[in-house]
Design a protein around this ligand. Structure first.
Ligand SMILES: [Zn+2]
Length: 330
């Protein structure tokens, strides 16, 4: 009878809505700056989803300001304090690409807390899976270093959170942002409990992400880089997802899946030279949802990273959401 019960639970989760995490405070980070990572990315996305009646199909999940102890599972306490201080003093350039203003510390905390709220909603069966529309992004942020528009590593902190709070032992992070997630790789480099898979343009910013980078010590084999040449598109990506990423991830057998979902590998993106379309993003999402269904009862949280053509970003996220909701395109 236990088998039947398990089946029943699974069916219940599948019928739950997809969660959507957003807060208007996310627009206040560097609101006045002329920068590729700007507030229009999110405001236009939300406007688009509102206009076509999408938001009403999703369950809104409220982000919160998390306890600093969760950030310190990933970042050094000195680093967290430094960001707080820099912002309190009016802001600065943290690296040549990463400006922060007076409100950025609180907003970066709210971004981390957005992913944690998504984890809570998935674990408490309020939603089947979730998408976090937030900024600043996170995957370039290392333990003690801001980089490439990223301040705190949202997905890395949430990975530690789901492991510690909900006893999910094995976490899979699939990072399809067009840039290699050096920060996430760096944080979990020696850790076999987090399987980090990145598919990205290479050679390209930030320079890391060759296939020879596989982790070290106990983490050897738990970092998996799939570099893509400039000019690659839907065919190469979908093939990699179906034939390489899916089987490796099934072998790892995760308890929880995150997507570091950058949409800057889109053909219209101004920052890179990969030619994905909305259809490509949908098909990649379908592979990941199938994987989460097979391995971990659909426990999946997708988190926005890059994506700098706001029009393509909005349309790509729409297809991504349709696949998360398991609905057909229009
Ligand atoms: Zn990127």
């Amino acid at each position: 009878m236990q088998g039947n019960k398990k089946k029943e639970n699974k069916k219940n989760r599948k019928s739950l809505p997809t969660g959507f995490i957003y807060h208007s405070d996310y627009l206040k980070h560097n609101a006045e700056q002329i920068h590729p990572e700007n507030k229009e990315r999110l405001s236009k996305l939300v406007e688009h989803l509102e206009k076509n009646g999408f938001l009403s199909k999703l369950k809104k999940v409220e982000p919160y300001i998390p306890s600093i102890k969760w950030l310190e599972k990933v970042h050094t306490p000195e680093y967290v304090r430094k960001i707080e201080e820099v912002c309190r003093n009016g802001g600065a350039m943290l690296d040549p690409d990463t400006p922060v203003g007076p409100e950025s510390y609180q907003i970066a905390l709210l971004a981390v807390g957005g992913v944690m709220a998504a984890v809570d909603a998935v674990m408490n069966k309020e939603v089947k899976n979730a998408f976090c529309a937030l900024r600043p992004p996170g995957h370039h942020a290392e333990k003690d270093k801001a980089m490439g528009f990223c301040i705190f590593n949202n997905v890395a902190v949430a990975s530690r959170y789901v492991q510690n709070k909900y006893r999910m032992k094995k976490v899979l992070i699939i990072d399809w942002d067009v840039h290699h997630g050096n920060g996430t790789q760096n944080i979990f480099w020696t850790d076999p409990s987090v399987f980090y898979v990145s598919v990205h343009q290479f050679p390209f910013y930030p320079g890391s992400g060759s296939e020879n980078e596989v982790g070290e010590g106990e983490g050897n084999g738990f970092t998996f880089n799939l570099p893509m040449f400039a000019g690659s598109g839907d065919v190469e990506y979908v093939e990699a997802f179906e034939n390489i990423i899916y089987p490796s991830a099934v072998k790892f057998d995760p308890d929880f899946v995150f997507i570091s979902a950058g949409f800057d590998a889109h053909e219209n993106d101004p920052l890179a030279q990969i030619n994905l379309t909305e259809e490509g993003y949908k098909r990649m999402t379908e592979v990941v949802t199938r994987l989460a269904d097979r391995c971990c009862d659909n426990r999946l949280v997708s988190v926005l990273e890059g994506g700098y053509n706001s029009h393509s970003l909005a349309f790509s996220v729409e297809e991504h959401l349709l696949a998360l909701m398991n609905q057909k395109s229009k």
